[in-house]
Design a protein around this ligand. Sequence first.
Ligand code: F6P
Length: 518
Amino acid sequence: MTPESALHWKALSRLASARQDGSHSEHELKPLTLDAAGLHADLTKQQLDEEVLTALIGLAEELDLPAAIDAQFSGAHINQSENRPALHTALRAPVEDTPDMAREAASTLAQILDLADAVRRGAWRGAAGDAITDVVHIGIGGSHLGPELAVEALTSADSGGPRIHFVANIDGAALRSALSGLNPERTLFVIVSKSFSTLETRVNAQSARAWFLERMGSLEAIARHFVAISTNLTAAAEFGIPQANVYPMWDWVGGRYSVWSPVGIPLAMAIGRQGFRDFLAGARALDEHFRAAPFSENLPVLMALAGIWNYNFLGVTNQAILPYAERLRLLPDFLQQLIMESNGKSVHQDGTDVSVHTMPIVWGGTGTNGQHAYHQLLHQGTRSFAADFIILANGAEPAEHHRWLNANALAQSQAMLLGQDAEDPHKRVRGGKPTTTLVLPALTPGALGALIALYEQIVFCQGVIWDINSFDQWGVELGKRLAVPIFEQLGDTPSKASPLLQDASTRGLIEHLTRSRD
Ligand code: F6P
């Protein structure tokens, strides 16, 4: 069933109109808070009242969300356009509970943790007999954003692991800066690519290999300095990585859902076996809550429904992610891929056009920095937005800094809610902006695992309500294809005829770049 044909969708449209035309009086603010998997959530500042909440929950039931949740966890082929399950939850489920295919994941996890342990203890030796001090992770998108977020969030001075460097962009500056000052004898490269065919990763990995061979001189040394994570074991072998160093990925785990898989290996290297297991356990606790809690007390479901109300009925055109935690600096980048690559779709599962809006733009940045940059527009601009504040009950020392940090987070969401009346129109702040505040007890592996799993399940619920496929990403293919002839035309000896095949703008830019080259 499409969302707009549901009876509850029509009811929600009426409720939204009544609120917009003033025929419904302002709702009184009643606390709406929830605790799940160690996270505390305050949705009180959303524009939800009992009537709206009841209709939203009715919508989720009418659109069969309960059955869809069962289908997700049971391994049904919910990624219909690619005819696959989306079973990242099995990577963090208790083994006795997982479908067969995830048993392999459990044994791979054990190998990954052993490798991480060996690197951390100095038992893994480089070709010249040295322990590893630096790990260079090469991957992009889902093979990069989750691991980098988790490593940055959870590593501290006493974590005891090697230094981890990330290279994603094909811009040579990224690789150059990661390699600068590294000793190849003490460096381990981790090449992460589900497909092992992604341009950026392929080119960066080849350049890293050339850098390494130039300094070490022997092909055999590769076996002690390169490991790979991929579903494409053949391509990894062709690259020269011995089979023993290639860890599998599976087509039933989407790239942006893969931090729980061997893709998360830099996190295991950075924080160790127990830390990685705690990270998985946090996500598992969130999944268990998601499967068991009634919708009226179900955190992912309620946050997803608040989003539906905002985006589809209140005209909210973008979603801000505002972590008030420096070490969650990369959370907005990670969530941009998770949410926008999953739910930036305009056809239903059966290929027919959607006729309601799906996910709006997701963006964000850390507080308090953002307060001195874009919050002016949030308070007084003309566009409507929704925001998630993510804060920590216990943060970095000194305590005074942390208290100011949280005071500012609370003050911002309060200002967004209440606004301010003033005689001077320049000083008026309208308020009434829908925000949610998520409180993590502290930035621990378990809390981060629960937070990431929470957003994964919000994405899932919204995808079900919009009846779109949250697990494919066909839209990214066109640009990849178009880059191939342009690359050729930007070369030293482009075939004379080919630029003519381009549109006028692209042709002009190719000619300009060619003329401007030093
Ligand atoms: O181009 C998008 C994408 O396919 C993402 O979905 C994926 O996470 C990323 O590229 C990297 O893909 P791979 O792990 O196959 O290199």
